[in-house]
Design a protein around this ligand. Structure first.
Ligand code: HEM
Length: 518
C-alpha cells in the first residue's frame, strides 16, 4: 500500500517537473502564434534564470554573450526578462525609430524610493510630468544663462581643490576622493548657493555629502527583490527601508533650507540679494513652484526629486569619468605630453585655467571622448522598458521587459572602430566625412550619454565640470605613482562604472609662480 502511495507521489512530482520544464521552455522561446520569436539567448535555470552563471562585471559577461548570440539577445535574470541590444543599428531602432515606445523605465526599488516614487526625470515613465520636469532642468536650471551665472561657484570649488592638492604636494592623493568632493561641492553650491557648500556655517554640507554617498551606495547594491518581484514586499535585504531612511534625511535638509529661503524661518540665506544677485537653483525652482498656473510650475515633491536626480546623476558619473581620463593620460606619455603642451599654449604657464579656455582645449576634449568610448560610466545607460510589445531586428521585445543598450560593447566593436582596444584620442580629431562625434547621441557608434528622449540632460554641466577640473589638475601639477605601483584599468560595475583600484598619485608643483595655487 505504502509503496503504491510512493509511486503515485513520484509520478505526480515527475509530472509537475515536466509541466514546469515545458512552460519554462515555452516562456523562454515562443511568443504565441503569428508574432516573431523572442531573441535568442542563453537558457539559464528555472526560477533563478541565468544569474548563477554571471560574474560581477555584467558588461564583460554581456559582451561575451553578444559575441555568441549576435546583436540582440534575451536573458532571464531571476524571473525578469531582459533584452540586451549590442549593435549601433539596433540601438538606433530603439532610441530613434521606436523611441517613444522605449522611452519608459522600470525603476528598481532603490530608484523608486530615491525618486519619490518616480516623481523625477530619470525613473519616471514617459508622461507629461516627466517631460515638464525635464524642460525645467534643460531650459531653466541648465540654460546657458544660468550656467554662465553659476560659473563663479564652479571656479571657486576648482580653485579650492587646487589649493588643497597644493597643500598635499609630495604626498599620495586619492584622486576619486578629491573629485567626488569637488563635484559634490559644485552641485551643492549650484543648488543651495555658496553658503551651504562652504560648510560649517549652516552645518549641512557634511550631512549632504554623507546622504548622497549613502544613497549612491544603496542604489549600487544588488537587490534580489528587483529580479524576483514576488519577493519585493518582504524587502529581504532592507534596501527599501535603508533608502527611505536616507530620503528622510534629505527631506530634512530640503525642508530646513526651504523654510529659511521662503522666510518662514530666519531668512538666513538665499534671498537674491544675499547671493550677490545670483539665483541658485533652489531659488529658480521655488519661483517655478509658485507659478501655479504656469505651464512649467512644479510641486514640492517634483522639486525634491529633481534635486536628488542631479546629485545621483551628476556626482558619481562625473567624478568617475575624470578619474578614468586622468588615469589614461598618466599611463600614456605621448598623450600626457600633448595635453600639457596644449595647456601651456592655450592657458599659458603664468595663468590659471578658466572656463573660457575650455572650448579651445581640442586635444583634451578628444582625450575625454576616447576615455568615454572605452570606459562609459553607464555601460548599459539607464535601462528602458517598452510600454508596448515591439519588434526589433526581427524579434519580439515584450512590453515591460528590461532593455539594456550595450554601449560598452558597441563602443569597443571592431565593426565600428579600428584597433578598438587601443587608446587613441586622435580618432576623435581626424575623422572624415559627415560623422559627428559629439555627446548628442545622434551617432549610435558613440553615445555614452544616451540617445533619444531619455538622453542625459546634464551634458552641458557635466562637460564643463569634467573639463575644468581635469584641465586644472593637469595644468597645475606633475603627477607620479608611488614607488612600486602601476596604473591599473580594472573596472568595478556599479551605478557608475568606476576604477576598481582608486587612482592614487603624488603631485608636484608645475607652475613657477606660487600665487597660482592660492
Ligand atoms: C559625466 C557625467 C555624466 C554622465 C556620463 C551621464 C550619463 C547619463 C546617461 C548614460 C543617462 C541615461 C541616458 C539614457 O537612458 O539614454 C543619463 C541620464 C540622466 N542624467 Fe546624466 N550623466 C552625467 C552627468 C549628469 C549631470 C551633471 C546631471 C544633472 C545635472 C545628470 C542628470 C541626468 C538625468 C536627470 C538623467 C535622466 C534622463 C531621463 O531619463 O530623461 N547627468 N545620464
Amino acid at each position: 500500500m505504502t509503496s503504491m502511495k510512493d509511486e503515485l507521489v513520484v509520478a505526480g512530482l515527475a509530472f509537475m517537473v515536466m509541466i514546469l520544464a515545458i512552460s519554462w521552455h515555452k516562456r523562454t522561446t515562443s511568443t504565441g502564434t503569428g508574432t516573431p520569436p523572442l531573441p535568442p539567448g542563453p537558457k539559464g535555470l528555472p526560477v533563478v534564470g541565468y544569474f548563477p552563471f554571471l560574474g560581477p562585471n555584467l558588461h564583460h559577461e554581456f559582451a561575451k554573450l553578444a559575441n555568441h548570440y549576435g546583436p540582440i539577445f534575451k536573458i532571464y535574470l531571476g524571473s525578469k526578462l531582459h533584452v540586451v541590444v549590442n549593435s549601433a543599428e539596433l540601438a538606433k531602432v530603439v532610441t530613434g525609430e521606436q523611441d517613444e515606445s522605449f522611452a519608459n523605465r522600470d525603476p528598481h526599488t532603490a530608484g523608486l524610493v530615491a525618486s519619490y516614487n518616480a516623481s523625477d526625470i530619470a525613473w519616471a515613465p514617459n508622461n507629461g510630468n516627466r517631460r515638464k520636469l525635464r524642460k525645467v532642468l534643460v531650459y531653466e536650471v541648465l540654460s546657458n544663462v544660468n550656467l554662465e551665472a553659476s560659473h563663479s561657484y564652479r571656479r571657486y570649488e576648482v580653485r579650492k581643490t587646487i589649493k588643497d592638492v597644493y597643500d598635499s604636494i609630495g604626498k599620495p592623493v586619492d584622486i576619486n576622493e578629491i573629485l567626488f568632493l569637488t563635484v559634490m561641492n559644485i552641485l551643492t553650491s549650484i543648488v543651495w548657493g555658496k553658503g551651504l557648500a562652504e560648510g560649517s556655517k549652516y552645518g549641512f554640507s557634511d550631512e549632504i555629502r554623507d546622504v548622497v554617498s549613502r544613497i549612491v551606495e544603496i542604489a549600487e547594491g544588488l537587490n534580489i527583490s528587483d529580479f524576483f518581484p514576488v519577493l519585493a514586499r518582504f524587502d529581504l535585504q532592507g534596501v527599501k527601508r535603508k533608502m527611505e531612511d536616507q530620503i528622510k534625511r534629505f527631506d530634512q535638509i530640503f525642508e530646513t533650507t526651504i523654510e529659511e529661503r521662503t522666510g518662514s524661518k530666519s531668512g538666513l540665506i538665499g534671498k537674491k540679494d544675499k547671493l550677490d544677485g545670483k539665483k541658485d537653483l533652489l531659488q529658480i525652482l521655488l519661483e517655478l513652484k509658485d507659478q501655479d498656473a504656469m505651464p512649467n510650475s512644479i510641486n514640492m515633491t517634483q522639486l525634491k526629486a529633481l534635486i536628488v536626480d542631479m546629485f545621483l546623476g551628476g556626482v558619481d558619473a562625473t567624478s568617475a569619468m575624470v578619474e578614468w581620463t586622468m588615469t589614461e593620460i598618466l599611463r600614456n606619455t605621448r598623450v600626457m605630453t600633448k595635453v600639457q603642451d596644449e595647456l601651456a599654449e592655450v592657458v599659458g604657464l603664468n595663468n590659471i585655467v578658466e572656463e573660457s579656455h575650455l572650448p579651445k582645449l581640442k586635444y583634451l576634449d578628444a582625450v575625454f571622448k576616447e576615455t568615454f568610448r572605452l570606459h562609459p560610466p553607464l555601460p548599459f545607460l539607464l535601462p528602458r522598458a517598452p510600454n508596448r510589445t515591439c519588434t526589433v531586428g526581427g524579434y519580439t521585445v515584450p512590453k515591460g521587459s528590461t532593455i539594456f543598450l550595450n554601449v560598452w560593447a558597441i563602443q569597443r566593436d571592431s565593426k565600428y572602430w579600428d584597433n578598438p582596444s587601443e587608446f587613441n584620442p586622435e580618432r576623435f580629431l581626424n575623422y572624415e566625412g559627415s560623422e559627428k562625434w559629439d555627446y548628442s547621441g545622434t551617432n549610435l557608434k558613440f553615445f555614452p550619454f544616451g540617445s533619444g528622449r531619455r538622453r542625459c540632460p546634464g551634458i552641458p554641466l557635466g562637460e564643463k565640470m569634467m573639463m575644468h577640473i581635469l584641465a586644472s589638475l593637469m595644468h597645475s601639477f606633475e603627477w607620479r605613482l608611488p614607488e612600486g605601483e602601476e596604473y591599473d584599468l580594472s573596472e568595478k560595475f556599479g551605478i557608475a562604472m568606476k576604477k576598481k583600484k582608486p587612482l592614487i598619485v603624488i603631485p608636484s608643483q608645475r607652475l613657477i609662480d606660487d600665487s597660482m595655487y592660492l
